[in-house]
Design a protein around this ligand. Structure first.
Ligand SMILES: *[C@@H]1O[C@H](CO)[C@@H](O)[C@H](O)[C@H]1NC(C)=O
Length: 374
């Protein structure tokens, strides 16, 4: 989540972002099990000048970054020459601290690693900007971290515009979540969830949903509807799915979730094998989920019926029974959301429906994501 949200948001703001692997290979497995393909190896970056070097957290990733001499050199030079650098979650304490790059700077980090920071300089805030250094707390504060960096690179008005585009500032008078025709979702086995993806699917939505559900111990399968398991997501992040949709289609899923992204949604809609799966899911009375532009796929396949749903504002008017306002709408065995920054609430709502509120709250706490008490 930290890596993908950062890359996506910076690219949306207009930054040219290079994702560099410190491993011998470009393919890395992130802490939530998502497989990502970097743009290049870190060795190709040593002679380049960057306006920002930003480090995602996660263990043991932060230790791997710390042990990379080339990255240490790049980041140290960045600090010496007074250009921007930053780290989130475990990165401040595990990576930047041993490199000596937090000296005399107020710093925050993931609460579980807070006591490693020098006491006098440690601050318990979601975001801390101290000169060239920006630090933040965890997956749940990734959007704030990315936006703070956008503000420093592009200015306040661009940051505000991007924040609105991501739905980070939805009105406080609107409920986060609204549920209609309440039914029980609990199952007696480990819940199984299928996330079909295509080229052009929104990477923030894929990774956030998959990561949060896996943290809650849901069994998640990411399946590509393309010819290859490797897909190119909407902001250029390369993701390797677990399976091809044809190989995933033989199993039964308690829930199928469609991610958004305009181009990806169109491709998902055209997949005949997915259409068949979605119709079977509905006919069997199992759960369907969709975010951003993808609730329109369910609508076009005739699966929304009179159910209440939400979607991205650009496509919500296409739905037959839209509910405009809440970030997440549940109607019986259908769950929908506006997309982008609202999908953390979407994924936590699913956790809450499968396992109860306490599990959702404990997952939110690990993410450092504000979640209501009841
Ligand atoms: C989808 O993306 C992959 C990975 O970048 C690429 O190899 C493939 O050609 C793309 N497929 C289509 C149909 O554009």
């Amino acid at each position: 989540m930290e890596a993908v949200i950062l890359v996506d948001v910076l690219r949306r703001a207009g930054a040219e972002v290079t994702v560099a692997s410190v491993e011998p290979q470009l393919e890395v497995q992130a802490s939530g099990g998502t497989k990502l393909v970097a743009d290049t190896r870190i060795s190709t970056c040593s002679d380049r000048v960057f306006d920002l070097v930003a480090l995602p957290g996660g263990m043991p990733g932060s230790a791997q970054l710390r042990d990379c001499e080339i990255l240490k050199k790049i980041t140290s030079k960045q600090a010496e020459e007074k250009r921007l650098y930053g780290g989130i979650s475990t990165a401040p304490a595990v990576t930047l601290l041993p490199w000596g790059l937090l000296k005399r700077k107020r710093t925050t980090c993931h609460p579980a690693f807070f006591d490693r920071l020098p006491t006098f300089w440690a601050v318990k805030s979601h975001i801390q900007v101290s000169g060239e250094l920006t630090t933040s707390q965890g997956p749940g504060t990734s959007f704030l971290f990315a936006l703070a960096l956008v503000e420093q690179l592009f200015g306040e008005s661009v940051a505000r515009e991007i924040g609105e585009l991501l739905f980070m500032h939805s009105a406080d008078d609107k409920p986060r979540k609204e549920e209609f025709n309440k039914v029980d979702w609990a199952v007696s086995h480990t819940p199984r969830v299928l996330v079909p993806v295509a080229n052009g699917s929104e990477e923030i939505e894929i990774v956030t949903i998959v990561d949060i559900l896996r943290r809650a111990k849901v069994d998640v399968v990411v399946a590509s509807i393309e010819k290859s398991v490797k897909i190119l997501a909407s902001q250029g992040v390369k993701i390797i799915a677990d399976k091809l949709i044809g190989d995933a289609a033989g199993s039964i899923y308690d829930l199928i979730i469609l991610p958004g992204g305009v181009a990806g949604t169109e491709r998902l809609q055209k997949s005949r094998i997915l259409k068949k799966l979605l119709k079977e899911q509905d006919a069997a009375g199992r759960i369907l989920g969709a975010v951003c532009s993808s609730p329109t796929v369910l609508h076009k396949h005739g699966l929304l019926k009179e159910n209440k749903a939400t979607a991205h504002p650009s496509s919500i008017t296409e739905l037959s029974n839209p509910v405009d306002g809440p970030k997440v709408v549940i109607d019986g065995k259908l769950i929908t959301s506006m997309g982008l920054a609202t999908v953390s609430d979407f994924a936590l709502a699913i956790v809450s429906k499968f396992f109860g509120h306490a599990r959702a709250r404990s997952v939110a706490e690990g993410l450092v994501f504000e979640y209501p008490r009841s």
